[in-house]
Design a protein around this ligand. Structure first.
Ligand code: AQP
Length: 334
């Protein structure tokens, strides 16, 4: 059976980008005859400084977000990365398989380290090797991600191919990225050329999953647009990134193709479209955010779910690590 793995960093609050690009799709894949494993990747989060108390809170909040959005911990495996040591153990092997040049080409590394690469953590540079381990420690076949993570999933494939080649084996599968739907790249509400991101300094650039109805409506009302009304087909969005972004958000929230949104909304000025989008966003997000708040009242229950998930994850990961050590020639693994 296909096995799906994906993760999200507890590096801040969840955004609409994380919800539409990741969580919503994780939930949609659940129970459709595939095995689903979803992770709170706390070890990735600490590649940039995280206040320890904030890391704990954000880990629980992200877990609450997964649950509130409909992830069922009896159907899917849900856990935090640091509880399953096999991720870090396989990552070391992959650090020795991957090449410095491959990491140097990663756009996320270039964006996040910027001109100060010497001051970035070694972990930030090695991030994609840990991500490859996250995926391959389960022999996952499919990885649902947003567009921004495509390059890292491709690197995961390169690592599997090189490992298999170096050790003359076919042990690791060649994983498929799954990048589908209208919202694989949700853009900033202030700048249609930048992705919506939890670490953007401007709060007005994103919708947070914890925003209340007023805040959501205000951010959408103030979202950057151009003065033209909406076109009636997708071609008309060419060269209008802000308009395209709002249409894609609408389509993803309404679960309809973007072309259908254009057919319904074509000709409307933004002064009419934005309130419709705001109402839709509030209707879809408010129940999730109140459910998140409810889960957050019982952190012990969240921790219990994560540790139960970690036990199930470890049961899959441990034999795969053991076999990897054997292939590499580590004494004591056999
Ligand atoms: N704007 C986005 N549109 C669509 N998908 C997105 N994802 C993130 N932003 C968007 C997807 O969410 C998943 C988890 O992302 P992550 O938290 O692990 O890392 P990220 O991509 O670095 O997210 P952020 O919000 O941009 O965090 P910061 O600001 O800390 O870097 C991934 O599947 C990602 O594609």
């Amino acid at each position: 059976t296909p096995r799906v793995f994906s993760g999200i960093q507890p590096s801040g609050g969840l955004t609409l980008g994380n919800y539409l690009g990741a969580i919503k799709r994780f939930v949609d894949m659940q129970g459709s005859g595939v095995e689903t494993i979803y992770c709170v990747v706390d070890m990735h989060a600490i590649t940039v400084w995280q206040d320890p108390e904030a890391l704990t809170r954000q880990t629980r909040e992200l877990t609450a977000g997964y649950l509130a959005a409909g992830l069922d911990p009896t159907q899917s495996i849900l856990f935090n990365q640091s509880q399953v040591a096999e991720h870090a153990q396989l990552a070391w092997i992959f650090n020795c398989v991957a090449r410095m040049g491959w990491m140097n080409r990663m756009t996320q590394w270039k964006d996040k380290a910027g001109k100060h690469a010497e001051k970035a953590s070694l972990g930030l540079f090695a991030y994609p090797a840990l991500m490859a381990a996250d995926i391959l420690i389960y022999h996952a076949t499919h990885v649902p991600v947003g567009e921004d993570q495509k390059q890292h999933v491709e690197l995961t494939r390169d690592i599997a191919i090189k490992f298999n080649h170096d050790f003359k084996t076919e042990f690791f599968p060649i994983t498929q990225p799954v990048i589908e739907g209208a919202a694989t790249r949700v853009m900033s509400l202030r700048d249609g050329s930048k992705k919506m991101s939890k670490s953007d300094p401007s709060d007005a650039s994103r919708i947070n999953m914890t925003d209340d109805a007023d805040a959501i409506a205000k951010k959408i009302r103030k979202a950057k647009t151009d003065p033209e009304p909406l076109p009636s087909d997708l071609d008309g969005l060419e060269g209008r990134p802000e308009a395209r972004n709002l249409v894609n958000i609408y389509a993803a929230l309404a679960e309809m193709p973007a072309a259908q949104v254009m057919a319904d909304m074509g000709g409307k000025p933004f002064s009419e479209f934005k309130p419709l989008l705001a109402d839709l966003a509030v209707a879809k997000l408010a129940p999730i955010s109140s459910e998140m708040a409810r889960y957050m009242q019982d952190p012990a229950e969240i921790d219990r779910i994560l540790s139960g998930g970690a036990d199930r994850a470890r049961a899959i990961a441990a034999p795969i690590l053991k076999k990897t050590y054997e292939i590499v020639g580590m004494v004591g693994a056999g």
